[in-house]
Design a protein around this ligand. Structure first.
Ligand SMILES: [Fe+2]
Length: 316
């Protein structure tokens, strides 16, 4: 973890005098400052090498200050960079427009250099926390990949699951937040298998009662692993409930019908489909129509939602 509050700051300003002044104050504090004068340069630089903070002059660059802020806040890769809008006015409407564009703070001209430094220090501190959260999330996603690496027969399973799940989600009109959860859920649904020993996970043959019990704990273990991360709040129901069945015979909670979260139902369907259509040590891959037939049978038995299975069948 970085404890230093020395930051990489991007100043977006096409006024040479104010840009130089800002650069001088901030450099004196030990920050690394780069100055950009056009909106395109700012967006490009932030995407290529995200700074710790962006300072945008309200009227610059080229009067596109709000637009630059809005676009930074729209992109997942740059969303968490604090943006401070520099303004010479205390115009309420313009402040509201800045808030609307997603800016994190304002600083007024003429600069009070002590105030400027204090605000920047507090925003950089906040950015360090989000950086740490981001790396925690990257670690969890990396753990998801290790599950797949341990079991060579499931290679590519996570990517395919994310793809199938988001395709099905999109076709039934889910919003972007749900699609993002499905994408991550594809990678993380089996993360709890990290607690399943190799002799059980890789066993060539059916599991005995004790081994089944260990295996069936993976949704609860996975849910607990994801519990500390707020950014995974929509993914957790997928991790916990992807082995539930609508008739209540699934696990870990024996949920029924609409109690089973929709995103978990989607991942469950595509998980079964992918398992059936890829080769395993104990059987060859089934043709796609046969796998769809098995899902249809599961819908008839009351395990799956018929409409969801039909929708998926139509996509396949
Ligand atoms: Fe699973």
């Amino acid at each position: 973890m970085t404890t230093s509050l020395t930051a990489a700051i991007l100043v977006a300003d096409d006024d040479d005098i104010s840009a130089r002044y800002l650069k001088r104050i901030l450099t004196r504090e030990g920050h690394h400052v780069s100055v950009m004068t056009t909106a395109d340069d700012v967006l490009e630089a932030c995407a290529a090498n995200p700074p710790d903070l962006v300072l945008i002059d309200l009227v610059a660059p080229q009067g596109q200050g709000f637009e630059v802020c809005r676009r930074l806040k729209e992109q997942a890769a740059t969303r968490l960079i604090p943006v401070v809008i520099v303004t010479s006015q205390s115009d309420r409407r313009e402040r509201l427009a800045g808030i609307d564009a997603g800016c994190d703070d304002f600083i007024s001209k003429p600069f009070d250099s002590t105030e400027l430094q204090a605000r920047i220090r507090s925003l950089v501190k906040l950015k360090r926390y989000t950086d740490d959260l981001e790396s925690a999330e990257a670690i969890i996603l990396g753990l998801g990949a290790t599950i797949e690496a341990r079991d060579p027969t499931t290679r590519g399973h996570c990517q395919r699951l994310s793809h199938y799940a988001t395709t099905l989600g999109r076709s039934i009109g889910l919003d972007q937040a749900d699609l993002d959860a499905l994408d991550r859920g594809g990678f993380l649904h089996d993360i709890g298998k990290i607690a399943v020993p190799d002799r059980v996970l890789l066993k060539d043959g059916s599991l005995d009662a004790q081994e089944s019990r260990v295996m069936r704990e993976h949704p609860v273990v996975g849910d607990a692993l994801c519990a500390g991360l707020r950014s995974l709040v929509r993914v957790r129901p997928i991790v916990r409930h992807h082995h539930e069945r609508l008739d209540g015979t699934g696990y870990p909670d024996g949920l029924r019908n609409t109690q089973v979260p929709l995103l978990a139902q989607i991942v469950a369907i595509v998980d079964v489909f992918d398992a059936l259509t890829t080769e395993r040590p104990y059987r060859t891959a089934l043709p796609k129509p046969d796998a769809v037939g098995i899902l249809m049978d599961e819908a008839t038995k009351g395990w799956r939602d018929r409409a969801l299975v039909d929708e998926f069948a139509a996509l396949i």
